[in-house]
Design a protein around this ligand. Structure first.
Ligand SMILES: [Zn+2]
Length: 478
């Protein structure tokens, strides 16, 4: 089902020629579509190449060897329980940081969790957090966070004693994050990347909620967050084997949307253009460029149907975030006590995990993080004129990075999933797209630096009306 590059290019060119020949006026012939194959950045290519499935396998087997990593389990036994896993991960991240020349620092971020649902007795919840500081002063406070959860559970989330190997849920995501830290520590990026293994996911997202809340209190500039949870199973419980697709879940309507924002969205459209959805589009474009054998399947949903993960506390606090998960899950190997029933092996065991596939998912993550952290900030304060017009007028704030080269306007049909067209407009902060009406297309703006690194896209909000229309940007003209 994965169309070849050629076929994709042809169909894009075909639909574009159709667009130009049948629906757009003659002056649009000079508009260019996005090149099918942008040149690859050598740093990103090297990062992708160095990710090694053997390290991922070793990490998963080591995490499984702690017996259980239930968040309620022992914290001071060096061989069994979540404390042993926490200390081992901390030491591994510290080891990874050795190649960073002091730019990567590792900490245990802990807090005391009182009794709660799934927490029968008060416990300490600890996230292991490795921060690789950005090297460009204008970008170092811009952060990209990638996470997996190192806690696990068997059938009962409060059971601290049962074996809970959690090879796929979520040693797979944790191992991917550790491998990314190991590979990326020695490279320099403009912005900051945070590699994080969180606890308490199975107790309702405790560790990630703590991190996201702390980030909000400190007013941290988290530009994007990726969580990897259940990224290692390639033989679904439905019998389908797929090693070539990963799902990226992104919400359309922001979890923290205000009433006023909802009113604007209804007025101008935008339920398919949240920052998280732009992030998902960026992941698809970047991932498929650097890891062409892995198809990124965007799912227009916050998470799987009625379910959740560690990206949600970030979304609720206004940070763009997505979830990576394998295409076909197998519920016999999630949240199960290890047992054989009617000849069927239950339990989240390493023999059901595909290490090479996890490495590919890690490569898509790493390419995305590297591309984002090398690129300028996405344009801020992007607005679109509200006036009735046949042209489309966009404005934005100038980026502050010294290596900024300029901006690109992107657009697509309102029914298209990804940005299909782009035009470079130079280092300006306003541009009018002649002959393309905002009524018929969605537009966005992205920044590009002198090396060709592109930010993800900012979707404009309507400009505040002035004059006869009043100052209310949500006011509608009949
Ligand atoms: Zn999980």
């Amino acid at each position: 089902m994965n169309p070849s590059k050629t076929r994709r290019t042809v169909s894009l060119a075909f639909s574009l020629s159709l667009l130009i020949s049948t629906t757009a006026p003659a002056q649009n012939r000079r508009l260019q579509r996005t090149p099918a194959q942008s040149p690859q950045n050598p740093t990103i290519r090297n990062v992708v190449r160095e990710i090694d499935a053997r390290n991922i396998e070793q990490t998963i087997r080591k995490l499984v060897s702690f017996g259980t990593r239930n968040t309620n389990s022992e914290q001071s036994n060096p061989n069994r329980g979540i404390g042993a896993a926490r200390d081992w991960l901390y030491a591994e991240f510290v080891h990874a940081a050795e190649t960073s020349g002091g730019r990567m620092t590792v900490e245990k971020q802990s807090y005391e969790q009182p009794k709660a649902a799934r927490v029968p007795e008060p416990i300490t919840v600890t996230n292991v957090v490795a921060t690789l500081r950005g090297t460009q002063p204008e970008s170092a406070d811009r952060m990209y966070v990638v996470s997996g959860h190192y806690d696990s559970m068997c059938g009962n989330p409060s059971d601290a004693k049962c074996d809970a190997p959690g090879a796929n849920d979520d040693a797979s995501g944790t191992a991917a994050v550790l491998e990314m830290a190991r590979v990326m520590a020695k490279y320099k990026f403009d912005a900051t990347i945070v590699f994080m293994a969180v606890a308490g996911e199975e107790q309702s997202l405790l560790g990630s909620t703590h991190y996201a809340e702390q980030a909000k209190q400190k007013n941290l500039n988290i530009d994007a967050m990726l969580t990897n949870d259940i990224i290692g199973n390639t033989l679904g419980g439905n019998g389908v084997r797929d090693r070539t697709t990963v799902r990226v879940f992104s919400e359309g309507v922001p979890s923290n949307e205000t009433q006023a924002e909802a009113t604007t969205r209804r007025s101008v459209g935008g339920e398919n253009d949240s920052a998280s959805r732009q992030l998902a589009r960026f992941i698809k474009e970047t991932g498929e460029r650097y890891v062409p054998r892995l198809n990124v399947m965007m799912v227009y949903r916050r998470d799987r149907y009625g379910r959740g993960g560690d990206h949600i506390p970030f979304l609720e606090r206004g940070y763009p975030a997505v979830r990576f998960t394998e295409l076909n899950e197998n519920f016999q190997h999630q949240h199960q006590n290890i047992r054989i029933e009617n000849g069927v092996q239950y339990g989240d065991l390493p023999e059901f995990v595909d290490f090479a596939y996890i490495a590919d998912v890690a490569r898509v993550n790493a390419a995305t993080l590297a591309a984002l952290a090398l690129a300028p900030s996405r344009p801020r304060n992007v607005t679109m004129s509200n006036r009735q017009a046949y042209d489309t007028e966009l404005k934005w704030d100038a980026d502050k990075e010294p290596d900024i080269a300029g901006y690109e306007i992107v657009w697509r049909d309102t029914t298209a999933a990804t940005w299909t067209n782009s035009q470079s407009v130079g280092n300006v902060t306003t541009f009018t797209m002649k002959g393309l009406t905002k009524d018929n297309y969605f537009f966005g703006v992205r920044a590009i630096d002198k090396e060709g690194n592109r930010s993800f896209v900012t979707y404009p909000r309507p400009q505040a009306r002035t004059g006869a229309g009043g100052a209310n940007p949500t006011q509608q003209t009949p």
